[in-house]
Design a protein around this ligand. Structure first.
Ligand SMILES: [Fe+2]
Ligand SMILES: [Fe+2]
Length: 272
């Protein structure tokens, strides 16, 4: 199975590159399933139902979130009823929405998607290690009836994300990080067969500070008062993500590649 995971879509620039490029990527790479993190899709903060619908139409199957999932309050009734929109699993039980789902690809194959948030330099949520372990099968994805299991680890600390990757090794197809908005160069297949990438990077304008207007962000680092309101950078975005092919006998990763397309970052696409 060929799967693409897209990192945090940031504001209009990020949405534009995804809406313009994903239909042809889906066709050219023969993708079976696409997941995108959209916690920053609405002007950098949160996501709306209208944006989710645009992303589904462009070829996204499932949308994940993070600490910014709640920035647009109108998402709350939508996330409560839309199965294809996830938020981190380890929020308190009363939080609207869900952190895990099982979906079918176009051929009826089952794909499980899990969205977890870390705790170092983040909000204090329930233990992500326990939350993740509960969702993993004792054996491979295939042994539990899944063609693939994809885990979005939303977090700041590379150490915590790598540790969670090792916890899932042998049981998930892909563990991929989001939230830092910078792609890391460590795509690998872990010893037990799980594809791992510490951070997929953002789909956004890299002439910025993690997708935000650079002057305002620099000003906030230089002086603490008065604070500038951060607004998204509006230049051409780079689409950033992680591509995997699964082994049909196990559901583990047979191949993992970075994807970078458009904008300022070096282009990188899987060779067919
Ligand atoms: Fe983000
Ligand atoms: Fe985040």
């Amino acid at each position: 199975m060929k799967i693409l995971f897209l990192g945090d879509i940031v504001a209009k620039s990020g949405r534009t590159v995804v809406l313009e490029e994903l239909p042809s990527l889906r066709r050219d790479l023969k993708l079976d399933f696409v997941i995108a993190n959209a916690e920053n899709a609405a002007h950098g903060f949160g996501v709306t139902d209208k944006i989710c619908i645009q992303l589904y139409k462009a070829g996204v199957d499932v949308i994940t979130g993070g600490n910014h999932s709640w920035d647009k309050p109108e998402i709350i009734p939508y996330i409560a009823q839309e199965q294809r929109l996830l938020r981190p699993l380890n929020y308190p039980e009363t939080t609207p929405g869900r952190g895990v789902g099982t979906f079918n690809d176009g051929s009826g194959r089952k794909v499980k998607v899990v969205n977890i948030m870390t705790r170092l330099f983040m909000e204090l949520l329930d233990d992500p290690f326990t939350a993740l372990s509960r969702e993993l099968p004792p054996g491979t994805p295939k042994s539990a009836g899944f063609e693939a299991i994809i885990v979005d680890i939303h977090g700041e600390a590379t150490s915590e994300k790598m540790a969670l990757g090792h916890v899932a090794d042998g049981h998930a197809s892909l563990v991929v990080g989001t939230h830092t908005h910078v792609p890391t160069a460590d795509t690998q297949i872990l010893v037990g067969g799980t594809g791992f990438h510490t951070d997929a990077g953002m789909c956004g304008d890299y002439d910025s500070v993690i997708g935000m207007h650079k002057e305002a962000s620099i000003a906030n680092f230089r002086r603490k008062f008065p604070r500038e309101r951060l607004t998204p950078a509006v230049g051409e975005a780079t689409l950033c993500g992680t591509y995997i092919e699964t082994d049909p006998t196990t559901g583990l990763a047979a191949r993992i590649e970075q994807v970078r397309l458009g904008g300022r970052l070096q282009r990188q696409l899987p060779e067919l």
